[in-house]
Design a protein around this ligand. Structure first.
Ligand SMILES: [Zn+2]
Length: 336
């Protein structure tokens, strides 16, 4: 619903470095008489076969994601060479949304991936989610509401010991189908639990993600105000008399998105926000606002803004819940 406005502090090189430099411990595993990578005391991955052809420093205790990615590619392990031909780790991790779509297309045309243990091992979201990925979003993006629905607050807050967050990170392209995109920065959409887990799951939308520079839901889709046939000149007695569906002009790019996230149904239960705006519009016609201006000396536009909670043209809609609804309905009611 809302495009993610990445601030200047959203330095994707910091993110890339933290992923590329993630270290895996190399241990000698007596059990398999080989060198292997261990995690939580368990043998996670035996590297003997893969690394026998290259000179690995005997004293080397760790190996980074970037080193392993390059080794897999150069030794043609797990089809890395053909799958990721002309795709770098940097492209995968911090390529923009259009790059992600291009990679997805290229890998599909290279035969796609099926149960590739090397990809799953290298791009492991669960390992990195709390300490690297969520932490990066907490520190570098000022997240307030869900970018999919703009209904729920999903902000970060401080406790005595550390920061905590209320957002979940949705993989726009799900990580089980596209495990090589499991750590891709612009494949993440900070969202509420309802949108991410209860509704979207592994559904793949046909349109662009809120992380795309070209994402244009705000411009294309608007909340429209429909009045019950009996209501003339906004003589609306109750919220039952109104409907506020999302309507897209001239295209159907976001139809599946609106339907699958049940946006019309979820906004219908918040019709009281719009009902209140309509009541205020009746209580404060232009003549009344002018009287208030004369009485108080406060500029007309300021009074209007305060009474109707109007949203400025350049305000970031993601900062408050229901901003998109309020903005669109203000236009419908002729308040702006
Ligand atoms: Zn949501």
């Amino acid at each position: 619903m809302l495009k993610i406005n990445y601030s200047k502090s959203f330095d994707n090189n910091i993110y890339y470095t933290s992923i590329a430099n993630k270290k895996f411990d190399i241990k000698v595993c007596k059990k398999v008489n080989s060198k292997c990578i261990k995690k939580d005391g368990k043998i996670e991955y035996v590297i003997r076969d893969e690394l026998k052809d290259i000179s690995l420093d005997k004293n080397k205790k760790t190996i980074s994601t970037l080193e392993l990615f390059d080794i897999y590619k150069s030794l043609k392990i797990g089809n890395f060479e053909s799958l990721f031909m002309s795709i770098s780790l940097e492209d995968l991790i911090i390529g923009d949304f259009e790059k992600i779509q291009q990679i997805k297309k290229q890998i599909k045309s290279n035969g796609g991936i099926k149960e590739n243990k090397y990809i799953k091992f290298l791009f492991n979201y669960t390992d990195l989610q709390p300490d690297v990925i969520s932490l990066f979003f907490e520190n570098h993006l000022d997240i307030s509401t869900c970018y999919y629905c703009n209904i729920d607050f999903v902000n970060t807050y401080n406790t005595k010991s550390k920061k905590k967050n209320k957002f979940t990170l949705d993989h726009y392209y799900d990580k089980s189908t596209y495990p090589y995109l499991a750590l891709s920065l612009y494949n993440f959409v900070p969202s509420c639990y309802t949108c991410n887990s209860k509704l979207k799951g592994i559904i793949e939308f046909t349109n662009l993600a809120p992380s795309s520079e070209k994402y244009d839901f705000e411009q294309k889709v608007k909340f429209k105000l429909f009045l019950d046939g009996m209501c003339q000149n906004l003589q609306i007695k109750s919220k039952k008399d109104i409907e506020i569906p999302l309507k897209e002009n001239y295209s159907n790019d976001f139809k599946d998105y609106i339907e699958k996230l049940y946006l019309d149904e979820r906004y219908r239960v918040h019709k009281d926000i719009v009902f209140e705006m309509i009541q205020n519009a009746e209580l404060y016609p232009e003549s009344r606002l002018k009287e208030l201006q004369n009485l108080t000396g406060i500029p007309f536009q300021q009074i209007k803004k305060d009474i109707f909670n109007l949203i400025d043209e350049n305000d970031d809609l993601s900062k408050k819940p229901f901003s998109k609804l309020i903005k669109d309905i203000s236009e419908e009611l002729g308040l702006v």
